[in-house]
Design a binder for this molecule. Structure first.
Ligand code: BTN
Length: 321
């Protein structure tokens, strides 16, 4: 009912629709219409009312409500079911629980804030209101050695969404950090569960510093992190960002070869001196390219090494430290 009311107001955006017409179209009393208007207002929609003219929608909500994601969503499979949470510990945690319980591919989990957002390598991920904190459930039929390509794909899709909706073109630091002039704009945490030799599910966790001001970041991140708002000077339509991300990602799946080319085009790592910290050891050398599995090829003193996982520091980062 509320959704239908919203759809009618949206299709007449800016113009009044009389209470009488709304009650007729919805098949409910005018008091019931009024109740739904109040509920929509509580969700952040700007709805003006006039006793004579009726109701009109003047501002969409800023929240990432399922109705906002689905309105204009062009992807066929990804994001067709949205689990929306006001506040949660971690969307990746929720998505993993859902996936383990049989949730199908494409379900999207979104939260306005996270109290225990997690980053790569066991780090914390600061998740205040205004960011985009999402997790997507995938069930890819991919051999394990192509999984890395999938996370690179997510980084390319996220970069495209930043370009499309905020006019910001981030670089990608291997494997999937989005940076603007060395500052972190977005990160991706891929987690999965495998059964014997096949992958059961994969959760793609994406965190984008969207509409965050400098003071929204914890003090230790200021100067190191950035946001779409800080880069473009404008608030981004977060729902539009999510829709574009889903559409781009769907277009590249299943981890097509073309994505390596797109990734290379945005890479800030290639050709640079890098230090890669891996579990138990560190590799130093020059980042040359990606191999066909998405591994980073690093020329070291001992030859070329394919790095599958690790934390990369660029030479320019080292100087700043
Ligand atoms: C990184 O370290 O760069 C990855 C950060 C990933 C953060 C996102 S926010 C949504 C999802 N839920 C989490 O707890 N983490 C990911």
């Amino acid at each position: 009912m509320k959704e239908t009311l919203l759809a009618v107001l949206k299709s007449n955006r800016g113009s009044y629709v009389s209470g009488e017409e709304l009650s007729r179209r919805l098949g409910v009393s005018r008091t019931a219409v009024w109740k739904h208007v109040k509920a929509l207002r509580a969700e952040g929609y700007g709805i003006e009312s006039s006793p004579r003219l009726g109701y009109r929608l003047v501002a969409a909500t800023d929240l990432l409500l399922p109705a906002e994601i689905l309105d204009g969503l062009l992807s066929a499979r990804l994001g067709r079911r949205v689990v929306y949470l006001d506040d949660t510990v971690s969307t990746n945690r929720v998505a993993r629980e859902l996936a383990a319980a049989g949730e199908p591919e494409g379900t999207l989990v979104l939260a306005e804030t996270q109290t225990g957002g997690r980053g790569r390598l066991g780090r914390n991920w600061s998740s205040p209101a205004g960011g985009i904190w999402l997790s997507l459930i995938l069930r890819p039929e991919l051999p394990p050695h192509r999984l890395q390509l999938l996370t690179l794909t997510a980084a390319v899709a996220a970069a495209e969404a930043c370009e499309d909706t905020a006019g910001v073109s981030p670089g990608i630091k291997w494997p999937n950090d989005l940076l603007c002039a060395g500052r972190k704009l977005a990160g991706i945490l891929t987690e999965g569960a495998a059964e014997a030799d096949r992958l059961d599910y994969l959760v793609l966790g994406v965190g984008v510093n969207a509409n965050l001001q400098e003071e929204d970041f914890p003090t230790e991140l200021r100067g190191q992190a950035t946001s779409l708002l800080l880069e473009s000077g404008q608030r981004v339509d977060r729902a539009a960002w999510v829709r574009k991300f889903l559409l781009s990602l769907e277009g590249y799946l299943p981890a097509k070869e073309v994505v390596r080319e797109e990734w290379r085009r945005r890479a800030v790592t290639l050709g640079k001196r890098v230090t890669v910290k891996m579990t138990g050891r560190t590799v130093e050398g020059t980042a040359l390219d990606l191999d066909e599995t998405g591994a980073l090829l690093v020329r070291t003193e001992n030859g070329v090494e394919a790095v599958l996982a690790g934390d990369v520091t660029l030479k320019s980062d080292i100087k700043e430290e």
